[in-house]
Write a protein that binds this ligand. Structure first.
Ligand code: FAD
Length: 496
């Protein structure tokens, strides 16, 4: 169709679209490109915009990710480091945040290397490829509240700090409780407010006024977090952390850690270990490059931030497979879950200001964008599979949704995806700090569904431990691996 248009027709279209850009022909404009070329260029830009608008969300996201990965891959060969001060295993939220903070503080003083086996995650669903990224402050433990508050502050400054727009949607979080859990929710809200996270307890009457689309039959109270609660673009946060860390000089290398090499240090004695056994320090990482080549990286300090693979990697360091302190495994497992996107044009469905609702039975839902799309799923599960699958939205999720939202029409599911996250089976909380046996191994893993929002605080905490030998901002010492050795769990009641 375009080919058969005359130049005048093209000009008219262009004039309609962009009047300000059409300039009269004159000798003064001799430095301007030829008018036909200029018009075609403008049309091409318009077509590109139309295409971007209609490209489905996930495709757009993959395009961005692919570009990022191309540049990561290009740098591998010339950037490969055989020695470094700090080696970080895992280049997602936590690993990238640790690299960002270490380099921001120490700049040229520390050579920081991040190894990541799969930068793009094109075949797995993670924070890069899914539109997920909830930020909330509704926790019981002060440590989690403080980390969440810092996450919110960091995200507020993401534009200046990282140069990215994390597109924060400040629609809040609403947790519902039955009579049985009402007191716990009240206590949690009290603690949250003491620490500066503003959450409000809502009676059923108030809930009814604020959220008339909710069915409240079995609800005793709700807790709403307005400030610093909402959702953000997880990919932008992650890519921002990575690129800023690179700008500060961190080396991101695509490779998979497959083993460690140890160094015997007979002069080191580890507290709690038999004096007859000699200490073997972690010394080198053996990594497999994307082309299959095996290389090694010698490091002074290693940070384990490998999410769901952390326990497997810990085993390579003999954690959980040897004797003494090393017989205690890293209690992190992989949990799988499903999320669904549905569309509803039911007039009774919740409106644009809908918060992310966390229901009594673990059901959650929130709006996504302005076109009647919602994201939903079940967050709670006591085993690694929670019985959800791509095909059982209708049987498993929909009944709970219809029970909570007074919708008349059945919504249509338009997408479903499986994803996994790391889970600490010991007490559900993150593990941050040095390992009790290895004086050069720091663990930063096990944050359940919160790894991304907590990553700015966790990364900063790891940098404090490595550079200052102590926590300087938020005291996270209760979250160290030591609590597993002495069997002192600290439970959080709020994980989704
Ligand atoms: C669908 C979905 C929704 C989420 N929603 C939220 C949310 O709302 N709020 C929030 O805060 N967080 C959210 N998260 C984050 C998530 O729950 C985790 O807590 C977070 O991803 C943990 O970050 P991490 O960096 O510790 O681990 P991961 O993200 O698991 O990253 C670990 C990295 O280590 C790499 N790795 C593993 N083994 C090796 C090896 N041998 N060699 C080299 N590299 C290796 C992996 O490839 C991986 O990239 C979501 C995640 C998903 C998937």
């Amino acid at each position: 169709m375009m080919k058969s248009m005359t130049f005048i027709q093209l000009l008219k279209i262009n004039k309609f679209c962009r009047p300000a850009l059409i300039r009269p022909f004159s000798d003064n404009n001799s430095d301007q490109p030829h008018p036909i070329k200029r018009t075609l260029k403008l049309l091409r830009n318009d077509m590109r915009k139309v295409k971007t608008f209609f490209t489905p969300f996930f495709e757009k996201r993959h395009e961005g990710v692919e570009k990022n990965v191309e540049s990561s891959n290009r740098m591998d060969d010339k950037e490969f480091q055989t020695h470094c001060d700090v080696l970080i295993i895992g280049g997602e939220g936590v690993g990238s945040a640790a690299a960002y903070w270490l380099k921001k503080k120490a700049r040229q003083g520390l050579n920081v290397v991040v190894i990541e086996k799969d930068f793009a995650h094109l075949n797995t669903r993670n924070c890069l490829t899914l539109p997920m990224g909830g930020l909330r402050q509704q926790f019981l433990l002060p440590e989690n509240i403080e980390m969440a508050l810092y996450g919110a502050e960091f995200m507020r400054n993401a534009k200046e700090e990282l140069g990215v727009d994390i597109k924060f949607d400040p629609h809040g979080f609403l947790t519902l409780a039955s009579a049985e859990n009402a007191e716990t929710l009240k206590t949690m809200s009290k603690i949250q407010n003491e620490f500066g996270a503003h959450t409000e307890i809502l009676t059923p009457e108030r809930l009814k006024v604020k959220f008339p689309w909710l069915n409240l039959e079995d609800v005793a109270i709700g807790c709403q977090g307005l400030e610093k609660h909402g959702w953000f673009d997880s990919a932008n946060l992650l890519l921002g952390l990575r690129s800023k860390a690179m700008e500060y000089g961190a080396h991101f290398i695509q490779s998979e850690l497959i083993d460690f090499k140890f160094q015997n240090q007979p002069d080191v004695v580890i507290e709690g270990e038999s004096t007859t056994s000699t200490y073997n320090a972690l010394q080198k990482a053996i990594v497999k490059m994307p082309n299959g080549e095996i290389r090694s990286i010698k490091f002074s300090i290693c940070v384990l931030a490998a999410g769901t693979s952390s326990e497997k990697i810990a085993k390579l360091a003999k954690i959980g497979t040897s004797s003494g302190i090393l017989q205690i495994p890293l209690p992190i497992i992989q949990r799988n879950n499903y999320a669904y996107m549905f569309n509803s044009d039911d007039i009774n469905a919740s409106g644009l200001g809908t918060p992310c609702v966390v229901d009594l039975n673990g059901l959650y839902f929130r709006r996504d964008g302005l076109t009647g799309n919602y994201i939903t799923g079940f967050s709670t599960s006591t085993d690694t599979k929670n019985g959800l699958s791509e095909n059982n939205f209708e049987t498993k999720v929909l009944p709970s949704l219809m029970q909570r939202i007074k919708m008349l029409k059945k919504p249509k599911v338009i997408d479903a995806w499986e994803y996994s996250y790391e889970y600490n089976v010991f007490d559900e909380n993150g593990i941050i700090g040095p390992h009790a046996y290895y004086n050069n191994l720091y663990i930063a893993s096990g944050f359940s569904g919160l790894g991304l929002q907590q990553s700015p605080a966790v990364g900063r905490a790891i940098s404090e431990l490595i550079i200052d030998a102590q926590f300087r901002t938020i005291d996270l010492s209760r979250l160290a691996f030591d609590r597993i050795i002495v069997d002192r769990p600290i439970f959080e009641h709020a994980f989704m």
